[in-house]
Design a protein around this ligand. Structure first.
Ligand code: NAD
Length: 303
């Protein structure tokens, strides 16, 4: 295994060290609260976040509440707009356009999944890139692709934050990602390339998956398949980041990684829950603060 970077985050287990996302999330919250305080002192108001949720998806409801809780802790003024399942596309577009122009809103988050009659593309095209704090717009994705500063999808950003906080070296390392979604696998691959990692993306059509996963100095699984990654698929000493969240039929959640067996092989491993998840919300709010500062920098009086 590589030398431990910041042992504060690592709790010794049988073999793998456990990467404690809750401890990291708590630390970032404290830093962010101080940064928000500085913004409030200078600007005389808090950054504003609007969360838009259409329909009654249970997971997105829990996620919205979790964001509201973190926002309160760090001092971001967040509000949740809950719209009925049948909301027409034109109405949603008009609400987003209103938020785009709203001076009290610096960040906009539209919760996924949307009801079937609403298009994710319409939402991504409508949210103004300046307030697109979860990096869903074509502009944000394009900037990331080009290596320019951009808002990042918060889950992918959380993986990078975790690797950074544990001082996991990336330059020249082989990183294998499972999953090619627009919110995790694809943006994460771009962020890792920027750090000079050698990146492989595997997906549902990859054949001989284990041949790839075994090559990873870092293995990130975002497939959403319980127990997909077993010990024999992991390179000894690898850093394993489990993004997957899978509900068990009898209740409870697990990741994609068979935690009990992989901890005997990996050098470091995230638990589920308590891994990447706790970093996601706090990074979203961090990007809301960034959006608020950018708004000031780009305002005519500042130019
Ligand atoms: P998605 O369904 O959009 O994408 C899943 C990806 O996994 C696809 O690209 C697919 O090709 C790939 N895949 C499926 N089966 C595979 C297999 N057997 N082998 C290799 N690849 C396979 O999902 P998503 O939105 O990217 O989310 C992925 C997982 O991460 C889900 O479990 C989701 O719940 C979880 N998630 C967690 C957080 C968090 O904060 N921790 C946030 C977002 C998503």
């Amino acid at each position: 295994m590589w030398p431990a970077g910041n042992s504060h985050y690592r709790e010794k287990r049988v073999t793998a060290e456990i990467l404690d996302g809750r401890a990291m999330g708590a630390e970032i919250k404290v830093e962010l609260r101080d940064e928000v305080r500085k913004y409030v002192q200078e600007q005389g108001r808090s950054p504003g976040l609007a969360i838009v949720r259409v329909g009654g998806d249970a997971a997105s409801g829990m996620y919205s509440k979790a964001i509201l809780r973190v926002a309160e802790v760090v001092g971001v003024r967040a509000r949740l707009e809950e719209l009925p399942e049948q909301t027409p596309a034109d109405e949603l577009r008009a609400i987003l356009q209103h938020l785009n122009a709203d001076e009290a809103t610096q960040g906009i988050l539209v919760q996924m999944p949307l009801p079937a009659h609403l298009s994710q593309k319409m939402v991504a095209d409508t949210v103004t890139p300046a307030k697109d704090i979860d990096g869903i717009s074509p502009r944000s994705a394009g900037d990331l692709f080009l290596g320019l500063p951009s808002f990042l999808p918060s889950t992918a950003a959380a993986v990078m934050e975790m690797l950074g906080r544990t001082s996991t070296p990336l330059a020249g390392k082989r990183v294998v990602i499972l999953g090619r979604s627009n919110v995790v696998g694809k943006p994460l691959s771009m962020m890792l390339l920027q750090k000079n990692a050698t990146v492989t993306i595997c997906h549902s059509r990859t054949v001989h998956l284990a041949d790839f996963t075994r090559q990873g100095d870092v293995l990130v699984s975002a497939a959403g398949r319980a127990n997909l990654i077993t010990a024999d698929m992991v390179r000894p000493g690898a850093v394993v980041i489990d993004v997957g969240i899978n509900a068990l039929p009898g209740g409870g959640i697990v990741g994609d990684v068979d935690f009990a067996s992989v901890r005997e092989v990996a050098g470091a491993l995230t638990p589920t829950p308590g891994g990447v998840g706790p970093l996601t919300n706090v990074l979203l709010l961090k990007q809301c603060l960034q959006a608020a500062w950018r708004e000031i920098e780009n305002s005519p009086s500042h130019l």
